[in-house]
Design a protein around this ligand. Structure first.
Ligand code: SAM
Ligand code: SF4
Length: 466
């Protein structure tokens, strides 16, 4: 099974070589193609990656900002990670949860503890979670399905989780079917590095995770098991960043060709230091902030319709700079330790790695507001069956604006009513009014429709979406 795979290292190196020394006008043509919302071909992405001319790099950044604005507007979707258990049978060299790391306290949330964590997250205003698990036979499909059910069934007086995504080890098709049944949103698997040789060194070959193709095709099996939305990713800092961007593009094209729809999201975590883990200091592939801007903007241009996630691994300063280059989802108020939401304490012995942005959700929401961004907690598409291919069909002609903009405003309003600090509420209300005015100029009917729904929220109704 999977004797060959769709990542050809030699071909990627060849394209990266061919991509060097492209003419200025060629780069500008590629940028223009992308601004027409057309996915790029690998050689085109290779040319963007090899652009060392500062002026052209600035043009790439500017185009990425423009494309993000055109497709996603000023809305950013918020979520929070919830770590369920850190037992792990693998020994990934870079990860704090690796089997041989004795400095880590192993812990799996009990059902009561899980309920407690979810209630805390709900009381802050979260509506979307990503549940994260180490790789261990204990965390099999039945266990994961049960935790998903518990999360959906845990409701506060005015809080509930409406979409649960998963980041866990790859499963077999039967396992994904069980998760489909309990209504998961996206299933995420990061390939970590697409470079075969590096993958085999960093993931000991006797480990479950040592099997590169099993992981690479993990999301194919998810699709076969009925999961419509899948998330790909690479951990930047394991190998050359240009190679990884090419790997992500090839993965997206593979899914597009095989299933008629590409990945729902792309993640590009940068390696972080982890307790008792030397890898971080040793790797020569760490991506600088300046190169990280290139990673994000070139991905934005390469796959215009794929959601892009920036996590709280990054510092507030980096997030401020990177978000406008193409990000559609961020997390905030996050903890990456098991049980981390109970106390606001920092417990390094339970954390997978160290976070860069430890600000509270409300602080980040307020900053978004001040920068003109609507914080969206929207989960409407997936709950209305607009997933996978349907979602992409709708997204492509730009209709996403029709749903995402009103739903972003409505979930933001809900947040302001139920959870926001005084300061955030004031800033948020002003931003919503400004939005409504702008919408009203081009489409008075839509403004009226949104205002009517806002009035219902003010009267106490909740969970209103189009
Ligand atoms: N155990 C599952 C797996 O490996 O696929 C899922 C959970 S794992 C905790 C989630 C992701 O964390 C990994 O895919 C990896 O990309 C990321 N990660 C691991 N070590 C990291 C580090 N030191 N810094 C940043 N991200 C890291
Ligand atoms: Fe385990 Fe995942 Fe960490 Fe690897 S990355 S050690 S599989 S938790």
């Amino acid at each position: 099974m999977y004797s060959e795979d769709f990542i050809n290292d030699d071909e990627i190196f060849k394209l990266l070589e061919e991509g060097k020394n492209a003419e200025k006008n060629e780069i500008r043509e590629i940028i223009n193609k992308s601004l027409q919302k057309i996915r790029l071909e690998p050689i085109e992405t290779a040319k963007l990656l090899q652009t060392e001319d500062k002026e052209l790099q600035e043009e790439i950044f500017a185009a990425a900002r423009k494309l993000k604005e055109r497709i996603y507007g000023n809305r950013i979707v918020f979520f929070a990670p919830l770590y369920i258990g850190n037992k792990c049978i693998n020994n990934c060299l870079y990860c704090g949860f690796r089997r041989d790391n004795k400095a880590i306290v192993r812990k799996t949330l009990t059902e009561e503890e899980l309920v407690e964590q979810v209630k805390i997250l709900e009381s802050k205003g979260h509506k979307r979670l990503i549940l994260v698990y180490g790789e261990h036979p204990f965390y099999n499909a039945d266990f994961i399905a049960n935790t998903v059910k518990i999360v959906y069934n845990t409701k506060n007086h005015n809080g509930e989780i409406r979409r649960v995504n998963i980041n866990a080890a790859p499963m077999d098709v039967e396992g994904y079917r069980k998760l489909k049944k309990v209504g998961i949103g996206t299933f995420q698997i990061f390939q970590e590095t697409y470079h075969h040789k590096t993958y085999n060194i960093l993931h000991p070959q006797n480990d479950m995770k040592g099997n590169y193709p099993w992981r690479l095709y993990g999301l194919d099996r998810a699709m076969q098991g009925g999961i419509d939305d899948v998330g790909i990713g690479a951990l930047f800092g394991l190998f050359d960043w240009k190679f990884e961007v090419m790997g992500l593009l090839y993965h997206a094209i593979h899914l597009e060709k095989t299933f008629g729809v590409g990945p729902h999201t792309i993640s590009f975590p940068r390696i972080e230091p982890a307790i008792n883990t030397e890898f971080y200091d040793q790797t020569k592939y760490k991506v600088s902030d300046e190169d990280f801007k290139r990673v994000v903007s070139i991905l934005r241009l390469s796959v215009p319709y794929t959601g892009m996630i920036l996590t709280a691994r990054e510092t507030p300063e980096v997030r401020r700079e990177i978000i406008p280059l193409g990000i559609s989802q961020i997390d905030a108020g996050s903890k990456v330790g098991i049980g981390g939401y109970t106390k606001d304490d920092y417990i390094p012995e339970k954390e997978q790695f160290h976070l860069g942005d430890i600000r509270a959700l409300d602080t980040v929401v307020n900053e978004m507001c001040e920068n003109g961004h609507i914080t969206s907690f929207c989960t409407a598409c997936y709950r209305s069956g607009r997933t996978g291919e349907d979602f992409m069909d709708m997204a492509k002609p730009g209709l996403i604006q029709k749903f995402c903009v009103p739903n972003g405003i409505l979930t933001f309003k809900e947040y302001l009513l139920d959870y926001a600090s005084e300061k955030t509420r004031k800033n948020g209300e002003a931003l919503i009014n400004k939005e409504l005015e702008e919408i009203g100029e081009s489409d008075p009917g839509r403004r009226k429709m949104i205002e009517e729904k806002i009035a219902l929220l003010e009267k106490g109704e909740r969970d209103i979406y189009v």
